[in-house]
Design a protein around this ligand. Structure first.
Ligand code: GLY
Length: 406
């Protein structure tokens, strides 16, 4: 066999997986009272943290510096996660203050409904406004979320059949740039089609998902962060990266968005190809998890798996795996999700710090830019709670974000 660095890395990861299924303490406790106890304690911790911190929060948390939240006033791309987390805390605890804070925080996103300068409108409006509509029945949230979906579809490039990720619509820079993360913004479009009976939104979502499926997926199930297209002809140009190690690597959070996002678009369409894609992404990620069950920031970086961690990739992956397990009836996905959630609950919580304002530590925002390496990130806190609630009381997550299938 011709031994490349990649072969060696794959072999090393394979050996680690073999250890994880036989000797890891997390594996031994993958089901039963111990796991549920660990998860419940982690959810209690997260909600207690929110109870203490949320009243003093002055904007949308974007990440921590020395354990304290830093803020964006307009929500950046993460503004949906803060109200989203408060909604989940309300559902979990029944405490009215979380609902009051969620409503106030969601309201602050109102100006972003007409923002055509980003693909992030699903991240912004689904866990905040769609959830607000589902939980309060006030049509203002539904109408605003549909408005955001209308802004998002302005970014559709019909020649290439993709939604462009970045840049103003009149800016030729990045006009052909597509990123894996966008798959998570498609559920806002599915929501808009359901609510308006206008198929246009879902048609665009499906076209984008098929383009991503065709171009991002490598034979081994890994994906690059970015894929570039000629914005005029729509012709594929090739893989690239911004937050991963290289165009040939596999940024673990991008892979996590893909697992979750392809599973969700399968739910909304019933298309078995999307489910098959989600499985291939999941199988790749699971084969590279080490016995500690916290993903490295990029599965194919040269130092991987012995490199900095991204617990946010772990909890997003876990949520996607729980959904995948339900839809495929494959126990391996549920067991792995429980191992990840248990591992993050045991080894990544901020529980030993008197200063920390977030719940989950050891997340990495953008390693190549040296921006936010092993910090706390609002989406890690959000998906930890979503993942744990999917296990403890699925109906609450369903109430918040709609887990139904067509
Ligand atoms: N969607 C941007 C990120 O995951 O960092």
């Amino acid at each position: 066999m011709h031994v490349t660095r990649r072969t060696l890395l794959t072999t090393a990861a394979g050996a680690a997986v073999a250890v994880s299924t036989s000797a890891s303490p997390a594996a031994a406790e993958v089901s039963g009272a111990a796991t549920l106890g660990t998860l419940r304690r982690a959810a209690d911790y997260a909600v207690a943290k929110l109870r203490a911190v949320a009243p003093g929060v002055t904007g949308f948390p974007v990440g921590t510096k020395f354990e304290k939240w830093t803020y964006s006033q307009n929500g950046d791309w993460v503004g949906g996660f803060w109200p989203g987390q408060l909604w989940l805390a309300w559902l979990y605890s029944g405490e009215e203050q979380f609902k009051t804070l969620a409503l106030a925080s969601a309201e602050k996103l109102a100006p972003r409904r007409t923002d055509t300068g980003t693909h992030d409108l699903g991240f912004l409006f689904y866990p905040s406004w769609v959830t607000a509509w589902r939980l309060t029945g006030d049509p203002k949230w539904r109408d605003g979320a549909i408005q955001a979906a209308s802004s998002l579809i302005k970014r559709y490039n019909p020649a290439g059949r993709f939604i462009r990720a970045w840049g103003a619509l009149d800016d030729p820079k990045n006009a052909g740039r597509v990123i894996m993360d966008t798959i998570m913004n498609l559920d806002l479009l599915a929501f808009a089609s359901r609510e308006t009976a206008d198929p246009r939104y879902l048609d665009i979502a499906v076209a984008h998902a098929k383009t991503a499926q065709r171009n991002f997926l490598r034979p081994d199930g890994s994906t690059p962060h970015v894929f570039d297209f000629d914005p005029v002809t729509g012709a594929p140009l090739g893989p690239n990266t911004v937050q991963g190690y290289s165009p040939a690597s596999c940024w673990s959070r991008g892979q996590a968005w893909g697992i979750y996002g392809f599973t969700t678009i399968h739910r909304r369409t019933g298309d078995p190809e999307f489910l098959a894609t989600a499985r291939r992404l999941a199988d790749f990620a699971l084969d590279r998890l080490t016995p500690d069950h916290v993903p490295v920031w990029d599965y194919l970086a040269p130092q991987a798996p012995d490199d900095v961690k991204d617990a946010s990739a772990g909890v997003i992956t876990a949520c996607g795996l729980l959904d995948l397990a339900e839809l495929t009836h494959h126990r391996r996905y549920r067991d792995s999700a429980l191992r990840i959630l248990t591992a993050v609950s045991r080894t990544c919580l901020t529980a030993k710090s008197a200063r920390a304002e977030a719940s989950v530590a050891r997340c990495t925002r953008n390693r190549p830019a040296e921006d936010g390496v092993e910090v706390s990130l609002p989406y890690a806190d959000y998906y930890l709670l979503e993942g744990i609630l999917r296990v403890l009381d699925r109906s609450k997550v369903d109430q918040a974000i709609d887990l139904s299938s067509v």
